[in-house]
Design a protein around this ligand. Structure first.
Ligand code: AMP
Length: 280
């Protein structure tokens, strides 16, 4: 059963009368199979699942796409309902606040900052972005009070920010990272892919191909640095870097698992992707 909740009062009332294990999937809506994979994992593990749909103004910079970000609630509910059919005893609550004041009422002006991760890579290019993310997730965690929350590894740095926040604030929530869902071509699903023209979509496959090549080089014991330096001659890379998967450290000398993190700029759209490589 899928139930829509549009006010925080209703959400609080429902949560105060519930004792089941609660799983939580925070999203900004315009759902695709990437989001649905998180929902399905939650439905497998938890008695009751909350999925939030909230385009969080705090995580968008002044010149970013907050106003044109796709809002498709009706279609989102259809996708959720379809996914829930496979779990006949499940209960899904979709928290889609009717406006931003439901989440951040007047007078609530706390900001959560995760130091260290907030000013590198995505954080450096999008100042304030991870403060906005951490703040909304902290607020949603406080409202939903889940035992488990599901995040896509597509937003790899975001996943680390949330894990660090949960650790720093000693929140009793298990954070589960979920694999990236891709199109057949390799392009990672994203709500922003619909900004791409057919030609841009085709051209954007360079992102998946480059990550795959670096992964293969690492697997075969070769140093990928020359290849990466060459690739970076293309000015459309916002970044293309290697990091330790566990610690997010730049020092990968003794890493057991390496993450290749990249953003490729396709016109006005930034395509974010990553791959993990186990080092044998
Ligand atoms: P968003 O609506 O973009 O804020 O994403 C909500 C959640 O879905 C985040 O945890 C994302 O990492 C996750 N997500 C987005 N795209 C994908 C994807 N292609 N595969 C897996 N998870 C994803």
């Amino acid at each position: 059963m899928v139930t829509l909740i549009t006010t925080t009062a209703e959400l609080k009332q429902r949560r105060s009368s519930e004792s089941s294990t609660v799983g939580f999937v925070p999203t900004m809506g315009n759902l695709h199979q990437g989001h649905i994979s998180l929902l399905k994992e939650a439905l497998k593990n938890d008695d009751v699942v909350y999925l939030s749909i909230f385009v969080n103004p705090k995580q968008f910079g002044p010149n970013e796409d907050f106003n044109r970000y796709p809002r498709t609630l009706e279609n989102d509910i259809n996708l959720i309902t379809e996914a829930a059919l496979d779990f006949p005893n499940s209960q899904v609550f979709v928290y889609a606040p009717k406006d931003a004041q439901e989440v951040f009422p007047a007078g609530m002006d706390q900001t959560i900052s995760v130091q260290g991760l907030d000013n590198i890579l995505e954080g450096k290019i999008r100042p304030g972005h991870f403060d906005g993310v951490a703040t909304v997730v902290w607020r949603l965690f406080d409202l939903v009070k889940p035992q488990r929350a599901y995040f896509g590894l597509k937003d790899f740095q975001q996943y680390h920010v949330i894990k660090q926040m949960v650790k720093d604030l000693a929140l009793p929530i298990k954070i589960q990272g979920m694999p990236i869902i891709r199109e057949k071509t390799g392009l990672a699903l994203s709500s922003r892919n619909q900004y791409l023209t057919a030609e841009q979509k085709e051209a954007s496959l360079i992102l998946y191909r480059t990550l795959s090549t670096i992964k293969e080089l690492i697997i075969s014991g070769k140093n990928p640095q020359d290849y990466m330096r060459d690739a970076l001659k293309d000015p459309n890379w916002n970044y293309l870097v290697l990091r330790d998967t566990e610690t997010f450290s730049e020092d990968i000398t003794n890493s057991k698992n390496i993450s290749i993190l990249a953003v490729y700029q396709m016109g006005n759209t930034r395509l974010l992707d990553n791959m993990q490589v186990e080092v044998l």
